[in-house]
Design a protein around this ligand. Structure first.
Ligand code: FE2
Length: 321
């Protein structure tokens, strides 16, 4: 989503290996140049900004691709660094996620929803920095397969946005939903990376292995962590379908916990519209058409309507008559 200035946490700019790009300060709704291309960003700069409680600088939309590449190759290393505090790690994940959350939306006219989803993820990660188990589970996903990690961030952002539209949830329920969505594919960390990145047709054996991930993720995290029932149910049930055609249990309708119904929708929507390399593939209204018409009965229709309002550009929706 090229139209937005992207926040970058001061901690990651400080690393000396950050690409040489212009950095901006946010002032109200405007962005003011802080450092031009070619000028160093010193430790003193970082200190001064942090003294003034500035946590983020911004990069212009044109530099986003460069920064995405940088984050992809360095976020993993930074998260593994035991010297970094969890608070800083949370910020780095937030920043990485913000870079990708925009891909969920079709169009810059969705700026309000984009801002809301960023805030929701920001709140979630603020909480996550105090939750060692959840944070380290997310690191496991990230280090196993970067695409699964990015996909999970997108699913979490969208799922929080839909929950905030569809239900009145307390902060702690929102956190549970967010953590469950972030870790929905945790079971894929038990699948060989070659299989996760394979393109083309899967053999029956490979499909069976892939289809075990909801149950395996659920079992592992239930045993090893204190994740809530809501979070665990998202992990276990995000491939269930309203009409009973899903897996692992073939649950139907209201047998499927509502947060898992939302996660199922967000998971497929993100898979249809964003490819493994992070590029937008299908336009949103196309994905919605597939989910509403070709897969009729698979999803809760009210939730699909909410998704459509959130992600599709006004003028891309077919006329009512
Ligand atoms: Fe999955």
């Amino acid at each position: 989503m090229g139209e937005f200035y992207v926040p970058i946490s001061i901690e990651s700019i400080e690393t000396n290996i950050f690409p040489d790009v212009a950095l901006y300060l946010k002032s109200g709704t405007n962005y003011v140049l802080y450092k031009s291309h070619g000028r160093d960003f010193s430790l003193r700069d970082a200190e001064r900004l942090m003294e003034n409680k500035v946590d983020f600088l911004y990069i212009s939309p044109g530099d986003q691709e460069l920064i995405n590449e940088f984050m992809e190759s360095n976020a993993e290393r930074m998260l593994r660094d035991e010297a970094l505090e969890n608070r800083v790690k949370g910020k780095i994940i937030y920043q990485t996620s913000v870079n990708f959350v925009g891909d969920i939306f079709d169009n810059p006219d969705k700026v309000g929803d984009f801002d809301r989803s960023k805030r929701l993820v920001e709140n979630l990660l603020l909480y996550l920095s105090d939750d060692k188990q959840a944070l380290s589970s997310l690191e496991t996903v990230m280090t196993h397969n970067y695409h699964t990690f990015v996909h999970s961030l997108q699913v979490a952002a969208l799922s929080l946005l839909i929950h905030s539209e569809a239900y009145l949830l307390s902060r702690s329920e929102m956190v549970d939903v967010g953590i469950g969505s972030l870790l929905h594919d945790f079971g894929k960390t038990f699948v060989a990376p070659e299989l996760l990145t394979k393109t083309g047709r899967f053999t029956d054996r490979e499909l069976n292995i892939l289809r075990r991930h909801p149950e395996e993720g659920y079992k592992f995290l239930k045993e090893k962590t204190r994740l809530s029932e809501v979070s665990l149910s998202i992990i276990r049930n995000h491939h269930e379908r309203n009409n009973g055609s899903g897996f692992p249990q073939g649950l139907k309708g209201t047998q499927i916990p509502r947060s898992a119904q939302v996660a199922a929708i967000c998971d497929l929507y993100c898979t249809l519209t964003i490819d493994q390399a992070g590029h937008k593939t299908l336009p949103s209204h196309f994905a919605l058409h597939i989910m509403k018409q070709e897969m009729k009965g698979s999803f809760n229709e009210r939730l699909l309507d909410i998704l459509e309002i959130l992600v599709c550009a006004e003028d891309s929706r077919p006329p009512l008559l």
